[in-house]
Design a protein around this ligand. Sequence first.
Ligand SMILES: [Zn+2]
Length: 435
Amino acid sequence: MYNKIGDRMIKVIKNGLVITMNLNRKEKIEKLDIVIEDDKIIKIIDNYKGKADEFIDATNKIVMPGLINCHTHLGMSIFRCTNDSLSLMDWLNKKIWPIENKLTDEDIYYTTLLSCIEMIKTGTTTCADHYFGSLTLDAIKNSKIRCLFTRVLMDNDNKGKERLSEFIKLYKENKDSSPLITFSVSPHSLYTCSKKYLEEIKKLSDEYKLPIHIHFSESLDEINDVNSIYKKKSTEVLNDLGFLNNKLILAHGVFIDDDELKLLRNRNISIVHNPVSNLNLGCGFAPISKYIKNNINVCIGTDGQGSGNSLNMFEHIKYVDMLQKALYKNPTVMNSYDVLTMATINGAKALGLEKEIGSLEENKKADIIILDLNNIEIFPTVDIISEIVHGLSVNNIDTTIINGEILMKNRKLLLDVDEKELKEKINKILNRLNM
Ligand SMILES: [Zn+2]
């Protein structure tokens, strides 16, 4: 038990090597102490000598902002690695949608909780989710992870209206319910929503001042579908709908040509690069270094475990710079620090949370991870940033703190969740669905 200092809880991370990801200073990895008061970082200083309720020893460890996963489907943990040798459309039509129709809200509660624990154990502190289920938000809140939440919208069947009212109710009832939860309005895609439906979604985004989070330009099949419906390029469709004037989170953006880039640049638009999912589904991958040159904010997502295999961002970010280097046959086109920028502060910008999270700075929220680089497989660590991006394994992720609360310490989950019981619940769901 710790004694609170007055009404405030002070925690100090001592002696860690700190990577701030504060782009306003030249990054220098230094040994510093981080003082956390309740949910906030109040000081980053050399050798803090004051009192604290709890000291966290980070000697020989890295302290950095938690990673931000800008595109997840948290309820899809039971579909992990189910897309072997299937195209996106075949996978959705044959493997995903028929089973999703049989999932109960209780099922999705547990599949979501499983995903949240996976994120905490792999150093992700915030995600932007894109799913459904009336108990999904409860699972996210119980896991204490930060989330840009939504209820996905589509009207390619007769349930479009129902989904829209569900979202509005969910938003109105929960918009101020937790400091960890914010909302986006999220059409599934241009090919699963009618023009009229997308116009209603645009109105909601304007009225509630919410970002729009949508799957966009993911596969060539999608490009052809959108083209045959609208007789226009996908970005032109977004432009006609007025979406480009709103805060926009475009998941994938694999196929965006130079004319489309002209429409997208210098706006409040982010592209979420999901390299593993795109590679698995044989979609290709986005030429993101070109997007960055065009002043578009690029961040990183895992997509659901079905196509992305895992929510461990460290398993995904190692592809980011290597793909660009191979694509442009130029090793200088991107570096490891650029990758960490995308996985942290750029993610915060995409979610509209850059004043609160994404870097370690005084007065920002304490969303922090501690990495232990002592394991033999990454010893010796000569270039720390490159090692974090390319060499880190799950065993190196030591501690996860969200909003000032320690949710994992020395790899031990501190949440009030029985992992064994949770696995049993998940196995029952798999049995019932004959998966
Ligand atoms: Zn997705």
